[in-house]
Ligand binder design. Sequence first.
Ligand SMILES: *Cc1c(COP(=O)(O)O)cnc(C)c1O
Length: 511
Amino acid sequence: MTQHPGPGDSGLIFNEPVIFERGAPGRKGYSLPESELSGGEAEVDIEKELLREQEPLLPEVSEFDVIRHFTRLSQWNYSIDTGFYPLGSCTMKYNPKVNEAVASMPGWTQLHPLQDEDSIQGALELMFHLQQDLAKISGMDAASLQPAAGAQGEFTGLLMIRAYLESKGNPRKKVLIPDSAHGTNPASCAACGYEVVTLKSSSTGVLDPETVRQAMDEDVAALMVTNPNTLGLFETHIQEITKIVHDQGGLVYCDGANQNALIGKARVGDMGIDVLHFNLHKTFTTPHGGGGPGSGPVAVKKILEPFLPTPVIAHKEGHYYFDKNRSQSVGRVKSFYGNFGMLIRAYTYIREMGAEGLKQVAERAVLNANYVRVKLQDDLHLPYPQICMHEVVFSDKKQSEVGIKTMQIAKRLIDYGYHPPTVYFPLIVAGALMIEPTETESLHTLDSFIAAFKQILEECEIKPRLILDAPEVTHIRRLDEVRAAKQPHYIYTTKSEKQFKKHILKFLNSL
Ligand SMILES: *Cc1c(COP(=O)(O)O)cnc(C)c1O
């Protein structure tokens, strides 16, 4: 790559210098007429030693420089709007644009969270119905829309479990979690003061009731399960397992971050679950990635309803209101009422799909994942060969025999224009490659992806160099990821990035 590119490097693939290299001294991003107001410097009451002596070394750029810079950088991004994104456990499904159209209506965007109830009846009505819809979809009795992400939903759910058990006289000490769980599960337990007991998954990838029975005692507050689990498998013994926990006075939490395989088809409430969180930014098509905001509502059974975060949106005689009069509530977990813009998008999606549409979501998500499973199962090792739910987990076992690892296969997929799947998760599968195609992709997309994948696996055998050096055609080649993790400030591998580091350091020093 050239260091100071003209319009581009090759054809229309632009390179982009760092913004400090754009612009020129004295250049401004605005041109305004001279102010008609007279008067000198504004009076500012800041102590002298706190005032800076020299201007910070900000880039001096025109509006056009800024627009081109950031637009070009945005074009370097891979997103669900630009291509197939088969990231298992993260459900990168298409975000319908009608969600955006509805969420940007001025009636919503010009609301203020401190307005009084009478003037925001429409917003409360939407939240009330979304609470009800989420409870209904999951077979629960009530819901809170407050949590800002899946992990915060877990935290909220566990706080409620603790409050419930405390109200019975003993909050208990431990939470049981299968070894395939998402890392947020043990983290949320620790944040709520619970000790984590790890349960081993059986050889078929699901939780064995016997394992739960042996670990269960009067010190166990809850079992935290993910269903479908992170191997993409349905927990076939879930009803027996929830009964074992309930019989000893414990509760069952379900990590429902990925409900793509269940919505409209099965309800975790019917399986004995007491509380679950949804990820609206996974299952319900609100945007995902790029820093959020996310949304992780929790739905609960009747016994936990008194402990829901306050306020709950309630309805009485044609009037919607904030029910703040809740003496057993765990309190507020998020400023105001959650990420409201996400709630509008999710509600729009549910209304757009309807009950029949949501059922088709689950059917097609499962069909697509199984299509990928069957098409690739001769080429990749499949540790759990049964029918999967919305995602399928392969491993690099066959390819490691010729020295090729999951990470290298993932990098080569980038050269073929695909975002890599989730890698090395769940932890119980060595060299895991977790693919979740989602229901929004067409047969044509799946076939092209499968063809690319097969070609890469062929390269592993006949042209391993190509795999080891991938990615080849990206702006930036292979990053030193180990070093990046150990020394986060040192990810600079290309010349232009070294320049960036130099400029950033100079800028920071000038502050
Ligand atoms: C994504 C995910 C979470 C965490 O959700 P965040 O919104 O990222 O906090 C928890 N559990 C599972 C299974 C997930 O896939």
